[in-house]
Design a protein around this ligand. Sequence first.
Ligand SMILES: *Cc1c(COP(=O)(O)O)cnc(C)c1O
Length: 345
Amino acid sequence: MATIDLRSDTVTLPSPGMRAAMAAAPVGDDQYGEDPSVNELQELVAATLGKEAALFMPSGTMANQVALKLFTRPGDDVVVSQESHAVWHEAGASGANAGVQFTPVGSGGLFTAADFAAAFKPPGHAIFPATTLVEVENTHNRGGGRVFPQAEAEAICAEARRLGVASFLDGARLFNAAAASGRPAAELAAPFDLVSIALSKGLGAPIGSVLAGRRADIARAQRHRRMFGGAMRQAGMMAAGGLFALRHNLGRLAEDHANARLVAEALAGSPAVDLDPSTVETNIVVFHLRPGAPDAARVVEEARRRGVLVLAFARRTVRAATHLDVDAAACRRAGAVLRAIVDGR
Ligand SMILES: *Cc1c(COP(=O)(O)O)cnc(C)c1O
């Protein structure tokens, strides 16, 4: 039987239709603003997110790093969720590139305006690092694909404006949040100064993220992208993959969410795992192994032997992510395999 790859929603391969669109894409030198496909993608994303302008980025990590360069100075403090992507999954880039420190607040990937306000450190203080940026991750990866409550996001950004702090939405999976909440992506993006979205996750494109925000900020972001070495030339072939994804793959994200629930429901009844299936709102299942259960490395290895690929997220934490290359039958099978392993069968 074919291996079921639930390590990440980044493992999807471009479909024949997407490849055809990429091959046929009109291109030009994007460093002169002359790549029509890149320009079209940037305009579409800006319009979809309700922002003035947008910028194509080679990766979500670079988008996040550029966001820090835009709004912080070395020595500044950035308030983020617990276990945010910026803290866990960017190889320490934020300290190396922007020279910032993080204050993680809240729990399970979510936090409140009160959490943010309590962590805020005023600028101009002789001892405190100045809080200049607050970052929300929606959906939250390590939080198990949680959708950030929109009223709280609005309250956080309102508080940020009062305090003179910039706001950034790491929306690598913003369209999953939109599908799960029934709110348009533009509504989810509206409170924030700057937003990133990924094309290479659940949308199924091979490469790319997009930053969107005010025109003046995006102009500055372009310079930082160049400084990071992320400025490209005939990138339209990649942008065309993103355009295809936005036009064909948005409507089916709910299927991924239903499939993730199949995996979660298979696992949730086990005494060996900590997992509340009601928190599985999108395409990510994160489960914790209780004392006595095998550790994450054992689960990953045993699952691989049985034809299911998942990711060790921490010593006793495992992630499974659904995506457009796995169907309901595969997810049912993966759930049964994982359940048997955690139960020691
Ligand atoms: C994947 C991801 C990123 C980074 O994207 P890459 O393209 O892999 O660099 C940023 N933020 C979140 C929440 C992610 O899940």
